[in-house]
Design a protein around this ligand. Structure first.
Ligand code: NAD
Ligand code: IPM
Ligand code: MN
Length: 348
């Protein structure tokens, strides 16, 4: 499988390259048959040439690649994030990556948060009118099709059941946003009937956020429309200990294509210092390996990353003294040691 690596902007250009030696080691030692190519999509190219997602890129990805490994987009020189929407939302929508898995790793266990990733308030439907560049009316429509909600809910329930989860919660806001809210409730109730193993419940998103912060333990699987899922994933990151820890995989279940990326952005406040936490990027790479069918490699990367995160080589946000590169160098060295102990010494 070929992987398109897109470091992007800011700390994306630090955390993604730092993880690649671990990918290369796993690939060679375990004979995974992966290869990758780095693409320069991001702010510099946008400012230099006006190109975000290059013409033909979606077709090329769908034809020749199985996954994208992305850092982050976002640059203070492009305050409206036009390039980010073009590239990131272009990939998510253009490749129909409608299932966005954002695991929330907590001490008691993992909450599998699933965010719908292509429609809702991100559908790109809307407009504004005004004078001299100042909007007097602005509209962003929340658009959901039954087809997308159905395939999203069905796919998430299937994944939760396969992962042995026992509970699933739909978050919505049908009291105030009734049209899409009711569509989600109808579809969720109907689809959940086919999954008796999963105890299904529904919660208003505001109350859900309150309960999640007060006590996350009761939650196992969570399904959320696009914008709610975006916000909940940052709350989840805060519960985990910081945005440097939250990973994600955006998937099209029909094609099997995956885009794996940390939940965090380009973090201009710490970019260039070499201290960004690569944990989220490394865990996103582990999700990519899982997704490519290499669960053993994914598990090894995941456990080594988690073990290094507890030590001195961890980055300052975790209380360590390590740099981005030192953190990942430790992870790679630990993988190598564990492979050697397991008798699968890296090939020359
Ligand atoms: P951000 O996630 O970049 O940063 C929020 C805070 O978390 C900052 O204080 C930052 O230093 C910290 N942080 C984030 N990642 C970290 C890491 N790996 N290690 C240590 N600390 C980390 O959010 P923001 O500042 O609101 O956004 C910056 C830019 O990124 C904006 O342009 C935004 O649109 C964009 N953005 C992009 C993505 C993406 O590409 N998927 C996601 C979120 C934000
Ligand atoms: C995320 C980000 C993106 C989103 C932005 C940068 C468009 O916040 O991946 O969480 O809203 O989906
Ligand atoms: Mn976000």
């Amino acid at each position: 499988m070929r992987i398109a690596v897109v470091p992007g902007d800011g700390i994306g250009k630090e955390v993604i390259p730092a993880t690649l030696p671990a990918l290369t080691l796993l690939n060679e030692a375990l004979g995974l048959g992966l290869s990758y190519e780095v693409f320069d999509w991001g702010a510099d190219r946008w400012l230099g040439t006006g190109v975000g997602l290059p013409p033909g890129a979606l077709d090329e990805l769908a034809r020749d690649y199985g996954a994208v490994f992305l850092g982050a987009l976002g640059d203070p020189r492009i305050p409206d994030m036009a390039h980010g929407r073009d590239i990131l939302l272009g990939l998510r929508r253009g490749l129909d990556l409608y299932v966005n898995h954002r695991p929330i790793e907590l001490k008691h266990g993992v909450i599998d948060l699933y965010r719908e990733n292509t429609q809702g308030l991100y559908a790109g439907v809307g407009g504004s009118v005004g004078r001299h560049g100042a909007a007097t009316v602005a509209i962003d429509e929340c658009v959901y099709t039954r087809e997308t909600v159905e395939k999203f809910v069905r796919s998430c329930l299937t994944r939760l059941r396969a992962a042995g989860r026992r509970k699933v919660t739909l978050v919505h806001k049908s009291n105030a946003v009734p049209h899409t809210g009711r569509l989600w409730q109808q579809v969720f109730r109907h689809e959940a009937e086919a999954f008796p193993e999963l105890e299904a419940s529904e919660e208003y998103v505001d109350s859900f956020c309150y309960h999640l912060v007060r006590d996350p333990k009761p939650y196992e699987g969570v399904l959320a429309p696009n914008l709610f899922g975006d916000i909940i994933s940052d709350i989840g990151a805060a519960l985990m200990g910081g945005l440097g820890l939250a990973s994600s995989a955006s998937i099209c279940p029909e094609t099997g294509f995956a885009l794996c990326e940390p939940v965090h952005g380009s973090a201009p406040d710490i970019a260039g210092k070499g201290t960004a936490n690569p944990y989220a990027a490394s865990m996103s790479l582990a999700l990519l390996l899982d997704h490519a069918g290499h669960e053993d490699a994914g598990r090894l990367l995941r456990t080594c990353t988690a073990d290094v995160a507890r030590g001195e080589a961890a980055t300052p946000d975790l209380g360590g003294t390590g740099t981005t590169r030192q953190f990942m160098a430790e992870v790679t060295a630990l993988i190598e040691r564990r492979l050697t102990t397991a008798g699968a010494a890296p090939r020359p």
